[in-house]
Every structure is written in C-alpha cells, then in structure tokens.
Design a protein around this ligand. Structure first.
Ligand SMILES: *[C@@H]1O[C@H](CO)[C@@H](O)[C@H](O)[C@H]1NC(C)=O
Ligand SMILES: *[C@@H]1O[C@H](CO)[C@@H](O)[C@H](O)[C@H]1NC(C)=O
Ligand SMILES: *[C@@H]1O[C@H](CO)[C@@H](O)[C@H](O)[C@H]1NC(C)=O
Ligand SMILES: *[C@@H]1O[C@H](CO)[C@@H](O)[C@H](O)[C@H]1NC(C)=O
Ligand SMILES: *[C@@H]1O[C@H](CO)[C@@H](O)[C@H](O)[C@H]1NC(C)=O
Ligand SMILES: *[C@@H]1O[C@H](CO)[C@@H](O)[C@H](O)[C@H]1NC(C)=O
Ligand SMILES: *[C@@H]1O[C@H](CO)[C@@H](O)[C@H](O)[C@H]1NC(C)=O
Ligand SMILES: *[C@@H]1O[C@H](CO)[C@@H](O)[C@H](O)[C@H]1NC(C)=O
Ligand SMILES: *[C@@H]1O[C@H](CO)[C@@H](O)[C@H](O)[C@H]1NC(C)=O
Length: 473
C-alpha cells in the first residue's frame, strides 16, 4: 500500500514536471527541443577533458554518434539555434578518417557497413539543410562530398557473388557478421544513393538505388503481402543459408524508415508513380507494426521491454524519415503529421524524469516517465518533437534543379537554378583512398587492430553467453 502510494505520488510529481509542448507553436517546440538537446549533451564526450571529439560516452557506439549529429543538425535548422553549430561541425570533421570516407582508424577494426552509413546520413542531413560549410583548413571538404565518399566505398563492396547481390553487414572478413547480409546496411546504401541522386540530379545514383531496392525485394527481405498492400521487412539472412532465404525475422523500425525515406526521395526526384506506390506499401507496413494508437513504438523491443542501447535509439531515425517523407510526398503529409504530433505529445510527457525533471523515457504511450533514460531516449524524443515543425521549414535542399529527364538542367552550373543547397558535389570522393577502405578482400590491416577486433568480439560473445546462462538459471 505504502509502495503504491509513493509510486502514484512520484507519478503525479513527474506528470507535473512534464516538458510542456504545444505542437502547433514553434517557440514551444523549440524550447522543448533545446532542453532535450541539453540532456543529450550530458552523454557527449567531445567537450570533456580527455574526451574524443565526435564520440558519446560508453556504452554508446560510434554509429549512434553519427545518428545523434544528424538530429542536432535538424535542431539547428528547424529552430535556427546555432549554440552547437561548431560542436557539430567539429564532430563531423573529427571522425572522417585519413581517407575522408568515415573509415577512421579507431573504428575500422569493428566497423560495419551500417555504421559507416549512419555517418553518411549525418553529412547528407548537413548538405540538405545547407548547414554551414567547412572553412579554413577544411574548406576543401564538402558535406555532400563526404556522403559521396561513403556511397563510393559502400557501393564498391556490392557482392554479386552471393545471393545475387547485396552488401554484407561487416566490411572485414574476421568480424562475426561478415557472412550476414542485413537489411540496414543495404537500406542505408539505398537511402544515401537516392538522396545523392536528388541532390545532384545525376541518374547514376538513382540507378544504384534501384538496384539495391530491387535486390532487397528479390531476396525477400522486403516482402509484399499477398494482397499487395503492405511490406514486411526482415532483418537479414546468412549467405550460407539457401541463398539468403532463411531470414532472421526480427523487424526494426529503422529498416522500414530508411526504405520509406529512400523511396520518398526517389519519388520526389523521378516523379514516377511507381515510387509513390512503394512509399505507400512501406507506410502501410509501418502503420501495422510500429504504431500504437498513432504513437510510434519499437515493436520488437517494446512489446517485451527488452531493449538494448541500439534499439532504444531507432525511433530517432524513424521520426526523421517520417518527417522527410511527409515533406517529399505530399499525399502522405497529413497522415504522417498526425502520427508525428500524437507521438511528440507522448514523448513530451515521457520527458519528465531524472534529477532535471525533463529526462526522456522510452515508452511514449505510458503517459509519463517510465523510468528509462539514456542517449537513445533523448535522441528519439528530440527528433519526433522537432519534426512537428516540418510545415514551418523548407524541405530538403538540393544542388541542381530539374527533373532527371531534362538533361539540360543537370549540366547547368548556374547557381540561380540551385535548390537552396551550397555543398559542392565531388563524384570521385573516397575513390582515391587505399584499398583498405574499398575492398574487404584485399586488405592488410595492422595486427594490433585485428587483435583488438578479436577481443571486442570475444567480450560481446562472453556477455551474450553469460546472459543466456543467467536467464537459464
Ligand atoms: C539554443 O539552444 C541552447 C542549447 O540547447 C539552449 O540552451 C538555448 O536556450 C537555445 N536558445 C534559444 C534562443 O532558444
Ligand atoms: C582515437 O582513440 C584515441 C584513444 O582513445 C583518442 O585519443 C583519439 O582522439 C581518437 N581519435 C578519433 C578521431 O576518434
Ligand atoms: C539467389 O538469389 C538471388 C536473389 O534472389 C537470385 O537472383 C539468384 O538467382 C538465386 N540463385 C540461386 C542459385 O538460387
Ligand atoms: C516508372 O518506373 C517504372 C519502374 O522502374 C518504369 O517501368 C516506368 O517506365 C517508369 N515510368 C515513367 C513514366 O518513366
Ligand atoms: C499501447 O498503449 C497502451 C497505453 O495507451 C498500452 O496499455 C498497451 O500495452 C500498448 N500496446 C503495446 C503493444 O505496447
Ligand atoms: C518534392 O518535395 C518538395 C518539398 O521539398 C515538394 O514541394 C514537391 O511537391 C515534391 N514533389 C512532388 C512531385 O511531390
Ligand atoms: C528543361 O530545363 C530547361 C532549363 O531549366 C527549361 O527551360 C525547360 O523548360 C525544361 N524542360 C522540361 C521538359 O522540363
Ligand atoms: C545556403 O548557404 C549559402 C552559403 O552560405 C547561401 O548563399 C545560400 O543562400 C543558402 N541557401 C539558403 C536556402 O538559405
Ligand atoms: C554522375 O555520377 C557518376 C558516378 O559518380 C559519375 O561517374 C558521373 O561523371 C556523373 N555525371 C555527371 C554528369 O556529373
């Protein structure tokens, strides 16, 4: 009885402290968003003594820092708040690595295609939001060029020899997962290629996007319902298992989201109805599995509340891609905005915990703070809340105007024909690096890195085994 009483007391206390949010009101949304950003910064290492620029503290992995930076660029853009402009810029530049392709030597030993893709998505966000270009010693670097370097290195790893195509999860042979072809790596490449196509008006990138998308459907990771109305998206399969046909059936919102967003860019760029049909089928898949009364939730982890650090951040990219899709495919604008508004209200109520009274929780349908906290919770709440502002902001910018069918547009160098962006195109970015970044089969990696990777893998395995033993007991 006493316990119940104190719980309800705590609950009323936390509700009273909930982040106030009026989704129609830009000042209210930006006040909420910047408060959440301050909470994110509690986990940022880069401005601490001895910390690494561009990294968040353990246990948050490198890829999640890339995802976080993409969200912070949007806060800069939606709220015109430049408090963290130079911090973001420094973080994006600190992690590019010596070949300027987001294969930094600290990460390469354990880096997967999906990890690299998330930094590619961050610099695409910078290019499309016209985020302040690098200056001084870094003025030869462009945000879109970095995204093109990620594209070029990822595309060079396309593996036609197994399962008819696709990227493997891991880049390097010695990492567990080298034999797994996963959806997120391929959906990442699809999303990046579609966005570069629209940004540059260069069809070569659109052709790649189509190749990747077609493969995901052919192999069955993206599987159409019998009635043809919605897709189910699976996590991936091992190449040794019947030509990638024995799937891991887990479903994550970030897989659907990157496919939805990529299809939305393809529609906006090609104006071909085929792509709006694809947007619709992905949207239906999302609404069947990842919404609870219009509130976004991470189905696989939240239904059982066993959510790991990665999964707890997926609603951030989910929210960002929903916002971009609403902007790029007007037919879906109203439906998606309803979802974003409802989810943002739930997220704001969840941001009522911790010692600051506005730490965000995991479950947006809970009606208050559910006791969870971390970088993923902050990022996810930030992105859903700020994406309610899409109507008051421009859509993603691009460099060349024009429909792809009109080749005279894409050769124009007249800046007045540009679509608001200013980051200069560099088609060959990343291609001059050594073969280490490009081709996983011809690498000579320092012994030290290999040993490091082996140790990390061993620790992860030990933890997994330890956990399952513990669960059996
Ligand atoms: C800008 O963002 C910072 C950090 O999130 C916040 O403290 C500040 O209040 C914001 N400024 C305005 C004018 O909203
Ligand atoms: C690489 O790791 C070292 C050791 O932790 C750190 O001092 C350095 O700043 C890191 N560099 C990058 C680019 O992350
Ligand atoms: C393997 O799967 C791919 C993609 O679905 C397909 O193109 C290829 O023909 C399949 N190969 C065999 C031997 O079944
Ligand atoms: C739209 O795309 C589909 C599939 O790629 C293609 O078959 C069709 O010809 C395209 N339509 C137009 C008008 O370009
Ligand atoms: C949906 O949200 C309600 C609270 O509004 C909750 O009781 C229910 O468990 C949620 N459903 C799922 C599948 O999480
Ligand atoms: C493409 O996106 C812009 C917003 O960035 C939107 O105004 C336009 O209507 C979209 N194009 C199509 C064909 O829907
Ligand atoms: C192609 O682009 C040129 C120059 O921007 C423009 O004058 C022309 O109307 C466009 N043609 C089509 C079919 O869109
Ligand atoms: C993008 O940035 C450039 C360089 O600062 C600027 O000239 C241009 O006007 C900006 N575009 C928009 C839409 O504000
Ligand atoms: C389009 O992109 C491809 C691949 O990067 C490149 O080889 C080609 O030169 C580009 N075309 C134009 C017109 O820039």
């Amino acid at each position: 009885m006493m316990i119940l009483k104190s719980i309800s007391f705590l609950l009323s206390l936390s509700l009273a402290n909930a982040l106030s949010l009026d989704v129609g009101d830009k000042d209210s949304v930006c006040d909420a968003a910047t408060l959440i950003v301050d909470g994110m910064m509690d986990y940022y290492e880069g401005n601490r003594y001895g910390g690494t620029v561009g990294m968040f503290q353990a246990p948050y992995y490198w890829w999640e820092a890339g995802e976080a930076m993409g969200g912070l660029i949007d806060t800069w853009f939606f709220c015109k708040n430049d408090t963290y402009e130079s911090l973001i810029s420094q973080a994006l530049l600190a992690q590019i690595g010596s070949d300027k392709d987001y294969m930094p030597s600290n990460q390469t030993a354990t880096e997967g295609n999906d990890d690299q893709a998330f930094w590619g998505l961050a610099v695409l966000q910078a290019a499309e939001r016209n985020f302040t270009n690098p200056s001084g010693d870094d003025s030869d670097i462009s945000w879109i060029g970095l995204a093109q370097a990620v594209y070029n290195t990822m595309w060079s790893r396309w593996d036609s020899a197994n399962c008819g195509g696709g990227l493997r999860w891991q880049i390097f042979t010695w990492n567990a997962g080298y034999d797994y072809k996963n959806t997120i790596s391929n959906a990442g490449l699809f999303n990046i290629a579609a966005r570069i196509a629209r940004y540059t008006s260069n069809n070569t990138y659109a052709e790649t996007a189509e190749t990747v998308y077609d493969w995901l459907r052919d192999v069955g990771y993206v599987s159409l319902s019998d009635d043809g109305t919605y897709y189910t998206v699976y996590d991936g399969a091992k190449i040794g298992t019947n030509n990638c046909s024995t799937f891991s059936e887990t479903q994550y919102s970030y897989n659907y989201a990157l496919l939805l967003g990529g299809a939305a860019y393809m529609y906006n760029y090609t104006e071909n109805e085929t792509w709006s049909t694809e947007v619709g089928r992905l949207y239906e898949g999302i609404s069947r599995t990842f919404l609870n009364n219009s509130i976004m939730f991470e189905y696989m982890c939240e239904k059982s509340t066993s959510c790991n650090n990665d999964q707890r951040s997926f609603k951030s990219v989910f929210s960002r891609m929903m916002g971009l899709t609403a902007k790029l495919v007007p037919d879906y604008h109203d439906k998606i905005l309803d979802i974003l508004d409802t989810s943002a209200n739930g997220a704001a109520q969840s941001c009522s915990g911790g010692s600051d009274g506005h730490t965000c929780g995991r479950n947006w349908a809970y009606g208050g703070w559910d006791g969870w906290y971390g970088l993923g919770e902050q990022m996810s709440a930030l992105e859903v809340i700020q994406n309610t502002l899409i109507d008051s902001a421009d859509g993603p910018y691009y460099y060349y105007t024009g429909h792809p069918m009109n080749s005279s547009d894409s050769s124009s160098d007249d800046s007045s024909s540009r679509g608001g962006a200013s980051s200069s195109i560099d088609n060959n970015a990343g291609l001059s690096g050594d073969s280490e970044s490009l081709n996983a089969n011809s690498i000579t990696v320092k012994r030290k890195d290999r040993v490091g990777a082996g140790i990390v893998t061993a620790i992860v395995l030990a933890v997994l085994i330890g956990l399952s033993v513990w669960m059996l007991l």
